[in-house]
Ligand binder design. Structure first.
Ligand SMILES: [Zn+2]
Length: 238
């Protein structure tokens, strides 16, 4: 009986070791897709910053062309007014046209100011675009590298999990069915620590001191002893 009990404890410990490794591998694997998504988002954000700067530069060109058309049509108008001015013999009409010309010239000058402001903006945008291009290229290379490392890690973890899953049934062999069920329930509910050591009469699962009776029962090696506080299976430290 003594030997059988120790053997059962040893088997449970070996099984728990595998199950804990499986659990942490599964957790690691589960975290990878969101890690990849985060990095993909960073690449997209960087691309979008570059795209915004490029779009603004394109918009400036469009605005400049619109202003040029406006200015040119105003200048044509001014030329027409001046022709009319030369042709008229009426003083009033001449003055009225002079007034129109002055107004149109003011509009042209306003348009020219806007054009200048746009040209200045385009000028300052050029280095910004260059920086955004460089940043995007660097960030994309960096995050793409990290993503491929994560993908490789994912593949490796999956095959490690498959290996452990394949050898797990053998690790349960010879363990009493009820005990195995109890272990599995505890593993699931007690944060992957179903079987824990009793050290200086303290349960290493819940860190509570057990009664001397529990300690004695455990040292007798005759039955599976559970912690009265947390229900975990106890074993003596190796
Ligand atoms: Zn306990």
């Amino acid at each position: 009986m003594l030997e059988g009990m120790l053997e059962a404890i040893e088997k449970l410990l070996a099984l728990q070791d595998k199950d804990q490794r499986l659990r942490s591998l599964r957790q690691e694997l589960q975290a990878i897709p969101s890690d990849i998504a985060t990095k993909e988002k960073l690449i997209a954000d960087s691309a979008s910053r570059l795209e915004q700067a490029r779009t603004r530069a394109k918009m400036i060109e469009v605005e400049k062309k619109t202003l040029q058309v406006e200015a040119s049509s105003k200048r044509d108008q001014i030329a027409r007014y001046k022709t009319q001015q030369m042709q008229t013999r009426k003083n009033e009409e001449f003055t009225a046209l002079a007034h129109e010309i002055a107004g149109a010239e003011k509009v042209v000058s306003g348009i020219e100011d806007k054009e200048l402001a746009l040209m200045e903006e385009a000028e300052s945008l050029r280095p910004q675009i260059a920086i955004a291009e460089k940043t995007y290229a660097e960030e994309k290379a960096r995050y793409d590298g990290q993503i491929s490392v994560l993908r490789e890690k994912s593949t490796n973890i999956q095959s490690r999990i498959a290996e452990l899953e394949a050898i797990r049934p053998a690790a349960t062999e010879g363990i009493d069915e009820d005990l195995l069920e109890r272990y599995e329930r505890l593993f699931k509910n007690k944060n992957a620590h179903a079987i824990v050591a009793l050290e200086h009469e303290v349960c290493m699962g819940c860190h509570m001191k057990v009664t001397s009776q529990t300690g004695l029962e455990l040292r007798a090696n005759k039955t599976i002893v559970s912690c009265p506080q947390c229900g975990r299976i106890l074993h003596l430290p190796a």
